[in-house]
Structures are given as structure tokens and as C-alpha cells.
Write a protein that binds this ligand. Structure first.
Ligand code: MEV
Length: 440
């Protein structure tokens, strides 16, 4: 088949026909079909559920689901579910968790939990007039949205406020309705977007029907109504603290003072250098994304908010800060996050459901503290390793099984290789040479 051909009606094909069509893009279509199908879930109902999470689905893409034990967060002991493909992330989280479990554990708090949505619109009219009638409009916006908000209000959430934003200094005739919401245990995307689309209708009809507005003032061009994934007022803090003396001892003979000095410098570098800040924050998201994925939440939203927050003063910086004062070490992560424990995939994905049960059916606020803590733990582990023995030794050790799998090593070859590389540097070359030796 012509591979450059534009495909139409793909979504209407049956799953089998979709796979068949896609298989023609491979060297061995029959084998490819088999392989795609081998990843189907054996339980047809679960497979149907998975298929319906998305569109045009032909198979499942597996990711490892690991556990990081010993996470003491606000005096509660958790086993963290982590969905991640990078070998050293679970190990880094587990090492940090164990380390801090004997030093008071992690501490976390939700600073605020407000979410934002916007109706962006163009309007040509008398702004002072619109402002003078805005309270009336606001009451209508809230009243008309009642059928959407009633249930959320019963759960303790709802619309917090709606403001009129004059954005004409940026774009001619551009305004916003900027609304804030409390969505309790749901991430709230659908709730917020439904409210916003309702606001847009009310806004249009208010301008059109109220006698205060004349001529072109009656027309309002709604550009779009959508939540903002930037949630600087849905903010979580996670931190660890202990006496500096308790950070040691180190088996390479370095003193705690030497360690703290380097650690502090590493964090300062990530505050001033954007190249380093990006990698530093990536290490934070290693932990956060893994919890977010394991609980069926939207990792793209969390990443987007975090990176925007990291650049809130115009320069992209580290999301963590270190305080060293009066012999005390305190390491703090502050990050915006909007997670849910009801709605979305959280109760539909069988493994997300199990993750939430493993975490003790947390509220959304508790889950956000857990996810932030996973981020802090991973970052603490990464910085500690970077400023002491360096990342590659441990990383390559963890990567050893991937390398062995690349060379199709047998179970027995794997056991012998792990033993052999216990005290040796792992590299692709070294592993291949060792396997060659075994295979001779
Ligand atoms: C690797 O996934 C993450 C690190 O690069 C993070 C960091 O450098 O801080 C180790």
C-alpha cells in the first residue's frame, strides 16, 4: 500500500481492521499483527475499558508499575505506587524515603487549592459601562451555572469568584472573564470547562439583551472558554528538615559540612542557571509524574503548571530551595498541582483504583502532598548522588538489565552478569565483552 496516502475514515474501522492497516507499514505484517495483539488484556471487559479511554486504540503500551516503600509523610507511612520506565527513579525514591524515615520523615502541606478558568472574548464598547454592570452580570453568571455547580457545592466546592480582566493593553478589544474555582477531590477540568461555556452564553445574552448596551456593544465575540492549567494558587509544599549532623555519616569519609556545602551550591546553581534548572526540575518530575500516572491523573497538566511556576519571575528556576541555618538543614519543594481522586480515570482504570487504595483512599489534597513528596524525594536523591559519587555508576548498574535485554541475555547470563558487575563499571561495551566471554 502507498504509505504516503492520506487515510480517511480510520476511526470508523474495526479494531482488527485498524491493526491490519497499520501492519502494512511494517516489514512483516503478519508478525506485527500478532505482536500488537499479544499486548491485549486477556479480560475482554478490561480491554474494552482501556480502548475506550482513548481513540483509534489498537493495543496497550505497558509501563512498569513499581513500589517505593517507607514514605513517612506527615507521620503517615505510605507505600508509593510509581509508574515509570526509568530504572533509577524507584531506587532513588526508595533510598530517600528510607533515609528520611529515620530523620522525622517528610512534611507537606497544601498552601492553597484554587483553580482558574477563563472566557476569552473580544468586545468593542464602553468599558466603564461594562464595569458598572459587572456585579449584575456576575450574579447572572453564577445563577445560570447553578445546574452545573449544585452538586459541586454540596461537596464543598464551586465558583469562588469571577473577575472582568481588561486585556486591551495586550490585544485590541481583548477581555477575559477570569473565574476561580474550588473543585474539592476532583481535578475539576470538566466541571470548570462546563461552567466556562455556560458563562460564555450568559455573557453573550447579557450584552445582547440588557438595555444598557447599544449598537456594537451588544455583540461579543467569545474566542474560547477553557480552564487554565496554570494553578499558582493550587500550591503544595513538601519539605524535609534535620540537624546538619544527622545527614551523615558518609562512607567515603567526607564530612557533613562538606556535603551540605556542595548540596547548597548545587541547588543555588539550579536557581540561577536555566540549563541546570531544567534538569533539576526534571528530576523532581521523575517522582511526581510516576505517582500522577499511577493514580490515573493528568501528568501533562502537572508538568505544564510546574514549569510555568518555575519561570514565574521571568526566568526558569529550580522548584526547590535549601535553608541552612543554626545547624539545621531544611529542603523545600513548592509546586502547583491539580490532582483528583474522584472523576477522570481515577476510578475507572483498574490500576489507578488499586493505587488509590494502596495510598489509603487519599483526598485530592493528600494525594497532591504525596506526589509532591515523591518529587522532593527523587530530587534529594539525585542531588545527593550528583554531589557525592556521581550519577553514572548507580544509573548504569540499574540500567544493566536493560543492556542485557538488548543483547538477549538468558536468565543464567543475567545472574552471572549482575554478580560480575557488582564492583565493576557498567557500559554497553563492557557488558557485550562479558557476554561474549560467557558465550564462548
Ligand atoms: C535523571 O532522570 C534525573 C537527573 O538528571 C536529575 C538531576 O540531574 O537532578 C539525575
Amino acid at each position: 500500500m502507498a504509505k504516503s496516502k492520506i487515510i480517511s475514515g480510520f476511526s470508523k474501522l474495526s479494531k482488527d481492521d485498524k491493526i491490519k492497516l497499520v501492519s502494512e507499514y511494517f516489514d512483516n505484517p503478519a508478525q506485527t499483527i500478532k505482536e500488537f495483539k499479544s499486548f491485549w488484556h486477556k479480560n475482554k471487559e478490561i480491554q474494552k475499558l482501556l480502548d475506550e479511554f482513548s481513540e483509534n486504540t489498537i493495543t496497550n503500551f505497558y509501563f512498569p508499575y513499581g513500589i517505593s516503600p517507607n514514605f513517612i509523610i506527615n507521620n503517615k507511612n505510605y507505600l508509593l505506587p510509581l509508574v515509570i520506565e526509568e530504572s533509577s527513579v524507584v531506587a532513588a525514591a526508595s533510598n530517600s524515603a528510607k533515609f528520611w524515615s529515620t530523620r522525622g520523615g517528610f512534611h507537606a502541606k497544601v498552601v492553597s487549592s484554587v483553580k482558574v478558568g477563563q472566557v476569552h472574548f473580544s468586545w468593542r464598547g464602553d468599558l466603564p459601562k461594562l464595569k458598572s454592570h459587572f456585579e449584575e452580570l456576575k450574579l447572572r453568571l453564577i445563577k445560570n451555572a447553578k445546574p452545573i455547580t449544585a452538586k459541586m457545592e454540596e461537596r464543598g466546592g464551586g465558583i469562588l469568584d469571577i473577575e472582568l480582566m481588561d486585556m486591551t493593553h495586550e490585544i485590541v478589544d481583548y477581555y477575559q472573564l477570569k473565574a476561580t474555582f474550588e473543585t474539592v477531590d476532583s481535578m475539576g477540568a470538566n466541571f470548570i470547562n462546563s461552567c466556562l461555556e455556560d458563562f460564555a452564553m450568559t455573557l453573550r445574552s447579557f450584552l445582547y439583551n440588557m438595555p444598557y448596551f447599544e449598537g456594537q456593544e451588544k455583540e461579543c465575540n467569545v474566542i474560547m472558554s477553557i480552564l487554565s492549567n496554570y494553578t499558582p494558587d493550587c500550591l503544595i509544599q513538601s519539605w524535609v528538615e534535620c540537624d546538619i549532623a544527622d545527614l551523615g555519616p558518609f562512607d567515603d569519609g567526607r564530612t557533613v559540612e562538606e556535603f551540605v556545602k556542595k548540596f547548597e551550591m548545587a541547588v543555588k546553581i539550579a536557581q540561577v542557571d536555566t540549563f541546570r534548572a531544567t534538569t533539576h526540575n526534571k528530576g523532581i518530575f521523575n517522582g511526581i509524574d510516576a505517582v500522577v500516572l499511577a493514580t490515573g491523573n493528568d501528568f501533562r497538566a502537572v508538568e505544564a503548571a510546574g514549569h510555568t511556576y518555575a519561570s514565574r519571575d521571568g526566568k526558569y528556576r529550580s522548584l526547590t530551595k535549601v535553608n541552612i541555618e543554626n545547624g539545621k538543614f531544611k529542603y523545600i519543594l513548592t509546586i502547583p498541582m491539580a490532582l483528583g481522586t474522584v472523576g477522570g480515570l481515577t476510578s475507572l482504570h483498574p490500576l489507578a483504583k488499586l493505587s488509590l487504595e494502596l495510598l489509603g483512599q487519599p483526598s485530592a489534597n493528600e494525594l497532591m502532598m504525596i506526589a509532591a513528596t515523591a518529587g522532593l524525594a527523587n530530587n534529594f536523591g539525585a542531588i545527593t548522588t550528583l554531589v557525592t559519587k556521581g550519577i553514572q555508576k548507580g544509573h548504569m548498574k540499574m540500567h544493566l538489565l536493560n543492556i542485557l535485554n538488548n543483547y538477549n541475555a538468558t536468565d543464567s547470563e543475567k545472574i552471572q552478569s549482575v554478580e560480575h558487575f557488582k564492583d565493576k563499571k557498567v557500559s554497553f561495551n563492557a557488558v557485550r565483552e562479558f557476554l561474549d566471554l560467557l558465550r564462548k
